[in-house]
Write a new protein. Structure first.
Lengths: 276, 417
């Protein structure tokens, strides 16, 4: 949005004040999050500026204390397992959805996407009551199942997006050369849609890592995850260890974002029309 | 496309068998597709849709009561509803109460009936403790001698209603209605009515957040759509970084920024604008600031992708035909952004309706939304039926929005950055 040479005074004022507004909104978006990072290295107990000194002790507490250590372990176990299940189930379903038109397809897609739209507290309450009958509350199995379901919409959306530019004739070509459907899937389909599958998996993992409402309902004390531990931390003590945990999560979000960006670029390059 | 390819390969056959082959291939594709979707669909039905359906049913389910008081539930069916029930019913309830007291189930009945008529819990626990003193008939007189409430018709009306297999009690309570002594549905007295105001508060907060995200989201989406690729990429990365930062982290950061000795208050005091710190968190203001922050990307991303696809020619054409910049913007540009505004607003509004964590952490007691009370009834009151009834109202709220506007806004096509 370069300022045209013939701009009037009013136009100039508007041009610069609009820029100022946009910058202010971005400050509102970013500064609160970034303000956590320096404070996590504060040597004092207070969660406010000015800082009293530099120290790693809150990180030490985050990585070595029993409660946080357990939370990290639980988050990794639940996040990784639910990511794997969501990716497998979601990818196969997405390939099916994009393969052909079948009766009730729109409805089925809407159903598979619905965990994203239905309020979390409804999912949490329903699973809590359901798992109570099956004895799955306060178990890893229950939590992994719940997070798998919450991750599935993301896998379906990202994989479907890559499949839209996938040429199904390649599958036919593979089959005509004598490859079994399974071989066609692993040798032809999967490498082509890999960026979508991979970002879907990351989305599923991030969803599980950030989810706290379902965990609050169905997890017992020994299955607390990082966000669950943070929730009670914010409610109860507001210790600076929270800031160390938050900083680790911000760094994770940054890495996640960069990976997704790389995947997107790669996928664009792959799927660019010939001659470009 | 299948047609062209297969026609070449099958030109030796006549048209009819080609048609058959094509149909067969088409059918096989369909079966393959269904086969690939089925495993996930089964998982989702068993572990998601069945649980939700069961939860919704729980808001009207009352079958447990007849299990605890089986004889009474049969005997009371003969009661006309006028006057007191007959001796058989009294005998049945004494028998049922003896067993329930021994099984420690009577308190459940008491809690449940107390929800309908306050006083039932104490009546049952008081009578339950000495129920074994009643050795034989006349049961009616003996029971009324324990407590004259047993001779009160209203208690029997509630008992009869409470022994049916389903009940509307919780759904009615969720919209501030109840049964009166004549078994008619009436509004609860004003001092007891809370849920309608909670529901309207939820809608009000969500609507405010939607408007706030639109006000803040529109300029940055517009700027991003119309700036140089370099700046656009940078801003997109910042936006996505915020989007992917944990909800808990963002909520925590607002508590730190807005607290009494937080950055904002320090800055305002330092510049001398205020002398006393302002209360900006643990109230409605904090909820608005934090929730708008959390939901802003959901508004910006669809808006931005729509704005990217708007050619600049139309606005320029309008201007060349003599329209002022502002007229061209309102008459030509703005209407073209409507699909983006619609998608963003629906996304933000539906998400906001179900919010729980952020209001719970940065709001005060008067800023809590429906989700909070669902959790409250599960964790504090252990009243799953009431939690389910509130869950149902929340689902109706979001579901109806989705049904009305969802067709115009394809959520499945939403870009996730």
């Amino acid at each position: 949005m370069a300022l045209p040479a013939h701009a009037t005074l009013g136009g100039k004022i508007w041009h610069y004040s609009f820029r100022a507004i946009v910058i202010l909104i971005f400050i509102y978006l970013v500064v609160p999050i970034l303000s956590i990072i320096p404070l996590s290295f504060n040597s004092g107990e207070l969660l406010s500026y000015p800082m009293q000194g530099f120290s790693f002790k809150w990180y030490d507490d985050f990585f070595s204390s029993g409660r946080w250590g357990l939370a990290i372990k639980n988050s990794l176990i639940i996040g990784t397992s639910s990511m794997i299940f969501a990716t497998i189930l979601g990818t196969t379903a997405a390939v099916g959805i994009n393969r052909s038109n079948f009766p009730g397809k729109a409805l089925i897609v809407a159903l598979l996407i619905s965990p994203m739209m239905i309020p979390l507290v409804i999912t949490a309450l329903s699973l809590y009551l359901f798992f109570a009958r099956l004895g799955l509350n306060s178990t890893y199995t229950g939590l992994i199942l719940a997070h798998t379901i919450l991750g599935i919409p993301f896998v379906i959306i990202t994989v479907s997006a890559t499949l839209q530019s996938f040429d199904y004739n390649l599958m036919r070509a593979g089959a005509s050369l004598g490859a079994s459907p399974l071989r066609v899937f692993f040798k032809i389909v999967l490498p082509n849609i890999a960026p979508g599958v991979f970002s879907g998996a990351l989305f599923a993992f991030a969803t599980s890592l950030d989810e706290v409402v379902v965990v609050m309902f169905i997890a017992g004390p020994s299955h607390r995850t990082i966000p669950r531990q943070m929730f009670s931390g914010i409610r109860e003590t507001l210790s600076p260890t929270l800031l160390a945990a938050a900083t680790v999560l911000i760094v994770f979000a940054g890495m996640l974002m960069l990976t997704l960006e790389l995947l997107r670029k790669r996928s664009e390059k792959y799927n660019a029309p010939p001659g470009k | 496309m299948t047609f062209a390819a297969s026609e070449g390969a099958d030109n030796s056959n006549d048209g009819k068998s080609l048609r058959k082959k094509l149909l067969r291939a088409e059918r096989r594709k369909k079966f393959e597709a269904i086969g690939l979707v089925t495993p996930l669909l089964i998982v989702m039905v068993v572990f998601y849709f069945v649980p939700i359906a069961m939860m919704l049913f729980r808001s009207i389910d009352n079958s447990q009561m007849a299990k605890i008081l089986p004889q009474t539930s049969i005997a009371i069916q003969n009661w006309s509803g006028e006057g007191l029930p007959d001796e058989i019913t009294y005998a049945a309830i004494v028998g049922d109460m003896k067993i329930a007291q021994a099984d420690r189930d009577l308190a459940k009945v008491g809690r449940r009936l107390n929800f309908d008529l306050v006083g039932f819990h104490s009546l049952l626990s008081k009578s339950g403790r000495k129920i074994d003193e009643i050795k034989g008939p006349p049961y009616k007189e003996n029971l009324i001698a324990f407590d004259k409430k047993w001779g009160n018709e209203q208690y029997w009306t509630v008992m009869e209603r409470g022994l049916k297999n389903t009940t509307l009690l919780y759904l009615l309570a969720a919209i501030d209605l109840k049964y009166d002594e004549n078994n008619k549905i009436v509004k609860v007295p004003e001092y007891e009515a809370i849920y309608v105001s909670i529901i309207s508060r939820t809608v009000y907060i969500s609507l405010s957040i939607t408007i706030l995200t639109l006000i803040l989201g529109f300029p940055i989406a517009y700027f991003m759509a119309n700036t140089t690729p370099r700046t656009r990429n940078l801003l997109m990365i910042i936006l996505l970084l915020v989007f992917w930062t944990s909800l808990l982290v963002r909520t925590l950061s607002w508590i730190l920024v807005l607290q009494n000795n937080g950055v904002v208050n320090n800055l305002l005091m330092f510049t001398g604008i205020i002398t006393e710190p302002l209360d900006m968190v643990f109230n409605r203001f904090g909820v608005y600031v934090a929730m708008t922050h959390v939901l802003l990307p959901f508004m910006v991303l669809p808006l931005y992708s729509v704005m990217r696809s708007i050619p600049s020619d139309y606005v320029r054409a309008a201007q060349s035909l003599g329209a002022k910049s502002i007229t061209a913007f309102i008459r030509v540009y703005l209407p073209q952004t409507l699909p983006g505004i619609g998608a963003g607003a629906l996304m933000v509004f539906i998400q906001a309706l179900g919010y729980y964590i952020t209001p719970a952490l940065v709001g005060g007691p008067r800023d809590q939304m429906v989700s909070y009370f669902v959790a409250f009834f599960v964790n504090e009151r252990v009243n799953w039926s009431m939690a389910s009834a509130l869950g149902l109202t929340l689902l109706i709220l979001t579901g109806s929005l989705y049904l009305i506007f969802g067709k115009r806004v394809n959520i499945a096509n939403m870009k996730l950055g």
